[in-house]
Write a protein that binds this ligand. Structure first.
Ligand code: PLP
Ligand code: COI
Length: 366
């Protein structure tokens, strides 16, 4: 059957698909060197689009076109009224496909929507859309053992004609997917970070919401860090600059000399699903003590190992952190510490279905 899913526009400027996704033929093979994938964009076959208008979401559909046509006056373009999510699909040994905790992404996206006055996408609709996108692009789900995964990028944007600083008249919820490899160049090899004098969020701003403005503000500090030879920068708490908040677009964890898994607690960091999963894995699988609390930048000596964690970053071991011109090295700049390795292996095995997951963590796509 031919592919006939291109997007057309209504008079209101709202996109509609000219056919239902079920007619699309997606049973093709792709020629990808899975092991060489980095965290880069690649157009895949079909993406999901749903429109909120007159107080409700439509049923949504899969479309071929990866271009969105929206009003020039969309709030997403001018006032940053938007948010996004990131989650992954994992190919298991038996060829089935796992989503990891998509309900948590759905709930976090609902909170981000609430923070910037956008309508929430119901959890069921979010998960159903994720499943549709993975199924429709199944041949882009990397094979088991390649280390690569299919990254899903859901987002909600304010669209429609509007000029004042107020919520948009319509909204669009989309999900596209991209096969990806490691986010940081080292993958599971340690990389160094430097602290930044800039903040990614204000003390009671939007740091805990996954809204684009936080990331626009992080591009310059990121680039400055990379120019100095670091993988990314570490953000300190915006009020006092004495505590670690985030590691670029990932959360921080440290392992103390007496084997406590520690991760920062703050109203201005993103509540990372990976971080909360690692808190559980550390406590219940590795039998470590865990603490969510302040992490003082002047007290890095308390940690024998440290890492960045997130959906894209997975677990990236931190070799060292530069602060006030001095590089503090944890376990090693070249070797992964044993606790970090255990955390990584356990999380990896849960996500790829090799170790039993806590109830509700895995949603089967097929
Ligand atoms: N912190 C920031 C700023 C992020 O962008 C992300 C990525 O989503 C994370 C932390 C990690 O969150 P999660 O583990 O839910 O992907
Ligand atoms: C993720 O880990 O899903 C993120 O959102 C990081 C991203 C900004 C690259």
């Amino acid at each position: 059957m031919e592919k006939v899913c291109s997007t057309i526009m209504t008079r209101k400027g709202l996109p509609v698909s000219n056919t239902n996704f079920r007619r699309c033929n997606v049973s093709k093979k792709v020629d990808i060197d899975w092991g060489k994938l980095r965290f880069d964009y690649m157009k895949t076959d079909l993406r999901y689009v749903s429109i909120w208008d007159n107080g409700k979401w439509d049923d949504g559909k899969l479309v071929e076109d990866n271009k969105l046509t929206i009003s020039e006056a969309s709030t997403a373009l001018h006032y940053g009224q938007q948010c996004f999510e990131g989650l992954k699909a994992y190919r298991t040994k038996d060829g089935s496909i796992n989503l990891f905790r998509p309900d948590e992404n759905a709930k976090r996206m609902a909170k981000s929507c609430e923070r910037v006055l956008m309508p929430e996408v119901p959890v069921d609709k979010f998960i159903d859309a994720c499943i549709q996108v993975v199924k429709a692009n199944e041949h882009y789900v990397p094979p088991y053992g390649s280390g690569a995964t299919l990254y899903l990028r859901p987002f909600v944007i304010g669209i429609g004609d509007n000029i004042g600083v107020k919520p948009a008249p319509q909204f669009m919820f989309c999900i596209f997917c991209v096969p990806v490899g490691p986010y940081f160049a080292g993958g599971m090899a340690p990389v160094n970070f430097t602290t930044s004098d800039f903040d990614r969020a204000a003390p009671y701003g939007t740091g805990a919401a996954k809204v684009g403005g936080n990331y626009a503000g992080s591009m310059m500090p990121h680039e400055l860090a990379v120019k100095q030879g670091f993988a990314d920068c570490i953000y300190l708490d915006p009020a006092t600059h004495t505590k670690i908040e985030e590691v670029g677009a990932a959360n921080f964890f440290g392992i103390t000399k007496d084997d406590v898994f520690v991760t920062p607690k703050s109203p201005s960091i993103l509540p990372s699903i990976t971080k909360y999963s690692l808190l559980h894995v550390a406590e219940h699988y590795l039998k470590l003590k865990v603490e969510e609390r302040d992490v003082l930048i002047d007290n890095l000596d308390e940690f024998k190992e440290a890492g960045a964690c997130g959906t894209a970053a997975v677990i990236t071991p931190i070799g060292g952190i530069q602060y006030k011109g001095k590089l503090h090295v944890f376990h090693s700049e070249t070797e992964v510490g044993p606790v970090t390795k255990d955390l990584y292996n356990t999380l990896y095995d849960i996500q790829f279905g090799d170790v039993e997951a806590p109830e509700g963590w895995i949603v089967k796509v097929k």
